[in-house]
Design a protein around this ligand. Structure first.
Ligand SMILES: [Fe+2]
Ligand SMILES: [Fe+2]
Ligand SMILES: [Fe+2]
Length: 464
């Protein structure tokens, strides 16, 4: 049965946008609240909320819906601040019955809009058995040469590898801060041997109840050791669409018991592919931050080798033994989706690294095309902005290239975390399609214009 998309989707989003937690914050990062999740609700009336397709994956609607989904899914994750004198009030503001009701109404249509088309892309045939499945998994896990981690080689060759490594850790933070909380949803119920095997993996993830060795504690130590914030979700504004999307897929599976077998496929793939990846990240971290606490990554090289074999040999294969070969297509579906999402994350991250790395080039490009763009201004949609000091444009993306020019005052344009260009009157920058960026007014007031040029190549004699 197809899920009917509720007609009142937009009014529901509007109501969600009225909640303080989802309003813009004051700063690029959130150092105070562990519950604040800016969604830029002021832009909801102009957002299409169209179903996401392969070609609109990184568009504004997709970013907004993926942010919203993660925020709503995490309504059943408990977050507490390190300290507070008003904890009871705080908690009762962050978690409420009306918000849970709203989340319940919005999650299903959002899931369909965000994941529906991608899931339809994955077609799995029948005719599986243990041998075929094992070959399939081995092939999926086969390292595909250098191409597998393009993002890591881009970081290595970037002009500021430390900055890019921080961007990478921010993407990891989406999932690693509440690590394995998705999985904890499947610790509940009564379903035989597999349940206890899931629980054993969880025990490891939770450091056998010793907080110092809980995986998320190790990850926080990594963040702290290189001067980053370690509260959830300090870097919310810098999570890329694809990082949220992948996380949302695991939320969806673990909130839907009917997807348990697909989840088993997906988690088996994740645990098996994660170890080697962590080894590469650890090496890169140690190379560029000699004092980094890289225990999280070191630990996962070995533990996920173990979890990889546990998920396969103690959960997946015994389930197939118990229920017969008809469960294999579900495992395969989970693996195919995980691979697809990993590729999408890789593409998105590579594009963001490139965009940040080419910061001076996008400014030069803007100066080079400025004359031609302004000459054609009659034919271009223009937003005229006049904002007071301290006004923050929470990081976001556009569906085409944009041209930003300052007319009065000083604007701090943000190409990514800690990656800024301060623009004075007459100065400009091209904003690449789908790339995360933001802005902050540094002067008393700032007048600037955003021109939706669509494709900068209409105005340029070269491309970046
Ligand atoms: Fe872990
Ligand atoms: Fe693991
Ligand atoms: Fe923008």
């Amino acid at each position: 049965m197809d899920m009917p998309v509720t007609e009142d989707f937009e009014p529901l989003m509007k109501r969600l946008g009225e909640i303080e937690l989802y309003h813009d914050g004051e700063d690029w990062v959130e150092a105070e609240s562990v519950w604040k999740r800016p969604l830029r609700p002021q832009a909801f009336p102009y957002t299409t909320f169209d179903s996401v397709t392969q070609s609109t994956l990184f568009n504004y609607s997709s970013l907004t819906m993926n942010r919203t989904l993660t925020a709503l899914y995490e309504q059943d994750f408990l977050y507490l601040p390190a300290a507070s004198d008003t904890i009871i009030q705080d908690l009762k503001a962050a978690y409420t019955t009306p918000l849970r009701t709203l989340a319940n109404q919005l999650i299903a249509p959002l899931e369909e809009k965000v994941l529906g088309n991608l899931q339809h892309q994955v077609n799995v045939g029948g005719g599986w058995n243990k041998e075929l499945f094992k070959c399939f998994l081995a092939e999926k896990l086969e390292p595909r040469g250098e191409a597998v981690h393009d993002s890591l080689s881009l970081i290595q060759s970037a002009s500021d590898p430390q900055l890019m490594l921080k961007l990478l850790l921010m993407q990891h933070a989406v999932d690693f801060l509440p690590e394995s909380s998705h999985m904890a949803r499947f610790a509940k119920g009564d379903y035989g041997d597999a349940q206890s095997a899931v629980f054993r993996v969880l025990l490891d993830e939770f450091g056998y109840g010793k907080h110092a060795t809980k995986h998320s504690t190790l990850f926080k130590a990594t963040l702290k050791s290189i001067g980053m914030l370690d509260n959830s979700h300090a870097y919310w504004n810098f999570y890329l669409t694809s990082s949220l999307l992948n996380n949302n897929y695991f939320h969806k599976l673990t909130r839907s018991p009917e997807c348990f077998f697909e989840y088993v496929g997906a988690i088996t793939y994740a645990e098996n592919s994660f170890g080697p990846y962590c080894g590469s990240v650890r090496n890169l971290l140690l190379q560029h931050f000699p004092d980094v606490d890289a225990r999280y990554y070191t630990e996962h090289v070995h533990i996920d080798d173990f979890h990889g074999s546990m998920t396969l040999n103690e959960i997946l294969l015994p389930l197939a033994e118990r229920y017969g070969p008809s469960v294999y297509p579900e495992f395969v579906r989970g693996i195919e989706m995980s691979c697809l999402l990993q590729q999408i994350m890789e593409d998105d991250l590579c594009a963001q690294i490139t965009w940040m790395n080419k910061r001076p080039l996008y400014r030069q490009l803007a100066m080079d095309i400025k004359h031609r763009v302004l000459e054609n201004i009659e034919n271009i949609p223009v937003a005229h902005l006049n904002e007071p000091k301290g006004e923050l444009s929470v990081p976001h993306v556009h569906d085409g290239d944009e041209f930003c020019i300052v007319d009065e005052g000083l604007l701090r344009f943000c190409h990514g975390p800690d990656c800024f260009s301060d623009l004075s009157p007459g100065e400009c920058v091209v904003i690449a399609k789908n790339r995360l960026h933001g802005a902050l007014v540094l002067s008393e007031f700032c007048k600037y214009r955003i021109l939706s040029i669509g494709d900068y190549r209409h105005y340029a004699t070269y491309s970046l």
